[in-house]
Design a binder for this molecule. Structure first.
Ligand SMILES: [Zn+2]
Length: 86
């Protein structure tokens, strides 16, 4: 990304896979932070919430986790409200 290897990098660039921002929309089953609240999201944006790592609070180790970078849209990201919000 820093060298524009994939041809889509827009500079200036702040490169990371964790994000911080404000909740702008909620899904129908969301619980937790409300619209307007400031949240931080780790590199896992969703997980199964049933496996041993998930049950132990380590959703980042879930074999079915979804990565933040794979579910982000420039100025917005989607995240499961049960996973990775701080
Ligand atoms: Zn899991």
């Amino acid at each position: 990304m820093m060298q524009n290897e994939w041809g889509g990098t827009t500079f200036p660039l702040v490169q990371a896979h964790e994000v911080i921002g404000r909740v702008t929309a909620l899904g129908s089953n969301a619980n937790g932070p409300q619209i307007g609240e400031r949240v931080g999201v780790g590199w896992a944006s969703a997980s199964c919430m049933h496996c041993q790592p998930c049950l132990g609070g380590e959703q980042n180790l879930c074999p079915k986790r979804k990565l933040m970078a794979a579910d982000s849209y420039r100025n917005y990201s989607r995240c499961d409200s049960r996973c990775g919000l701080y």
